[in-house]
Structure formats: C-alpha cells, structure tokens
Design a protein around this ligand. Structure first.
Ligand code: MLT
Length: 264
C-alpha cells in the first residue's frame, strides 16, 4: 500500500486486526525484512510495516535523514491509519528511530521492542566513518554499503548463501540518496542512554547472541536500566536475528506480546 504524507509517498503494509504493532526496519533494509513476523502475528495483531524514507519503495527526498524526521514520518503514517497507540518494534537503526519516536510522541507508544540496537550515540570515530561512507556512496553507489554489510548481518551466512542473497535483495531496493541521508542522520543522532530509566511502557529487548554489528552487551546494558525490561538473547543468530532465527524470534515476541494483555 502507499500513502502520501505531505510531500512524501510512503509504502507500507498493514495486515491483520487487533493491537497495532509498528515494525521499523534497520539500515539499509526495507519493510520486507519483517515478512516472517507479519505472517506469524497477523492472525492476532495488526502488523504495520513501512519503508522509511529513502528505503524500499518509499520516496527519497535528498537530505540528512535525522532519526527525528523518520519518527515524524511514522507519526504522520499512524495518524493517517488512525491506529491509536502502538507497540513499537525497532531493529537496529529502527531502534534509534524508536527512541526518537518515544521522545517526540510518548503518548503513541504502549509497548517497546528493541531488537539488535543500542542507546548510545556514535563515537566521533564511528560518526566520521559514516560520513566517509556517505561520500563513497555518493562517488560510487550503494553497493559499497551493501557488499560490506550483507555478509555481516547473519551469523551463519556462509552456510546459507540463499539467505545472504535475500539480505542483498532487501538492501538493493534502497536508494543512494536514502542511504546517504541515513548515514548522515545516524552520525548525528543524540544519545538515548539518559532516557532508559524513564521508559515506563512494557519493554522487550532481543539480540542475536552472535551479533557482529551491534554487540549483545548493548542489549544487556539497556535491560539493566529500563524498568521491568525483559531480555532475550537468541542463540545461533547474528544482527538480523528476526530473519535468521525467525521461528525462535517469533515465539519470543508473540509470547511476550500475549502476556502483556495490551488493551486498545
Ligand atoms: C542497522 O542495522 O540498522 C545498522 O547496522 C545500524 C548502525 O549502523 O548503527
């Protein structure tokens, strides 16, 4: 489905009925990465998954895409879809967006699921590396990013070349301007660590035990500070835990959602 939010055409899927779940993909992916979660959850929940601006089939206005801007886009989409408060599920960069959303629209969040993400900001070196990568994408194309990242997304990609190919396919729909905008936006994102102790909605934190991109220790640290947070470390999984170990991930997510007894 597609809708136009002010000047931006956003692609999204919206399936099932019930408590709304908003799935926010990571970098440089698209909503398609959540397919297995949507299939598993749509019999019991309303599963909404947009392509962030610059990714998948959404429009790509050239700019630095701050996490705050993505959060505003998501809010506009939820208003358009008249969802009311959602359970916000963010993977990696989608987690950074979730923190921005929580900062800007706390009344729209009834539960939080942080997947393979972290609360701290980039070190100066990491931010500089992102800006350098943005320059390389501008000079060449997005393959400099996708070729570097796709093999590192899975723990057991070497054993499953078909899955690595699928990851490439999720990434190859991204637009160069969108990738550049996201790199620049991530480089300037604010630190969310100080927010953690004040998060008052039920929170689930999930990490792949072999995540090579965002260390599982980042999830452990968040779980120690967010009141009442539940932590699940899924074995035999890398950064793209929801895709690589989808059955285990879906069990953890559905079990946690069902136990919260969220009401509309
Ligand atoms: C992602 O998966 O969204 C990225 O690895 C996040 C990042 O580069 O910090």
């Amino acid at each position: 489905m597609q809708t136009t939010l002010t000047d931006l055409r956003v692609s999204y899927s919206d399936e099932g009925q019930g408590i709304p779940l908003l799935f926010v993909h990571g970098f440089p992916l698209s909503r398609r990465v959540w397919r297995k979660q949507i299939e598993a959850l749509k019999p019991s929940y309303r599963a909404i998954a947009p392509d962030l601006r610059g990714f998948g089939e959404s429009d790509t206005p050239p700019s630095t895409n701050t996490m705050a801007q993505y959060a505003e886009d998501l809010h506009a989409l939820l208003m358009r879809l008249e969802t009311g408060p959602v359970v916000l599920i963010g993977h990696s960069m989608g987690g950074y967006v979730a923190f921005a959303f929580l900062r800007q629209f706390p009344e729209m969040v009834k539960g939080l699921v942080l997947v393979g993400t972290r609360a701290d900001r980039d070190t100066p070196e990491a931010a500089a590396a992102r800006r350098a990568m943005a320059g390389k994408v501008r000079a060449e194309d997005i393959h400099v990013v996708t070729d570097a990242m796709a093999p590192r997304m899975l723990a057991y990609g070497e054993d499953h070349p078909g899955m690595v190919q699928q990851v490439h396919a999720f990434m190859n729909r991204s637009q160069s301007e969108g990738v550049i905008g996201a790199l620049l936006g991530m480089a300037e994102r604010p630190d969310a660590t100080a927010m953690l102790a004040g998060i008052s909605v039920p929170t689930l934190i999930v990490t792949g035990s072999e995540d090579a991109l965002v260390p599982p220790a980042a999830s452990v640290s968040m779980a120690q500070v967010i009141p009442g947070a539940r932590l699940s470390m899924i074995p035999h999984a890398g950064h793209l835990v929801a895709f690589e170990q989808s059955d285990a991930f879906n069990r953890v997510l559905k079990d946690w959602l069902d136990r919260q007894h969220f009401t509309a």
